[in-house]
Design a binder for this molecule. Sequence first.
Ligand SMILES: [Zn+2]
Length: 234
Amino acid sequence: MMDVRDIALQAACPVIAAPRFGPLPDMVNGQRIILAANGVFVQVKLDWLDCIQRLSPALPIPLPYGGIEERLTFTFGVLPIRLIEAFIEAGRRGLPNEVAGALIYSRRSRSLRLALCEPLDVSPHQIDYRMPAMDADETLAVDLHTHGHGLPFWSAKDDRDDQGIKVAGVLGCLHQPKPSALFRLVVNGRFLPLPHPWQADTTAAHYPEPDLEPGLLRRILSFYQGRRFGPWNT
Ligand SMILES: [Zn+2]
């Protein structure tokens, strides 16, 4: 007889084997580990996110399981450039200080809204902020902050603050016509760089292309990058 505590723990993070012939079974919101022929993966599902990321390469024994691919799907489709531009405008109004905001996903409307965060302690070099109030059907999807006039980068404080599951974005050089930015998916302490239209030429060399399945997000963002759209076009 299994200990009830183990039953609860394993229900919170089950392990499944990747099917070899059929599709991967659906899952409810939460996290599970998938043991596949080509590695060990974690799948995370939220109202706004369905993400599979490889944790380790194939185990050193032949397994009779199927192989799976990494994937990243946002329920809202693509990162909404219009809302991020609205945040950039708020960031400019807040210069020289940093500004924080959030894109909040509503399960009911299946859409995102921008909310600015109330600063608790703010300067041109850092910001501590309170997350906006959310309705019962809402969850934080994208956590945004600015670096004011400075370059966007992930500070040690950003790494400490980026917990749980969300997209994080930092925007810098807001005094310039084209600000620069970094975006990343945060999954329980793991960070996955995301492509975006505010790719700075100066930081591009240090910003590797993510190892993602070519999804809608990537195709659309590549389109924007390929067309060299300015940050103010949607
Ligand atoms: Zn920062």
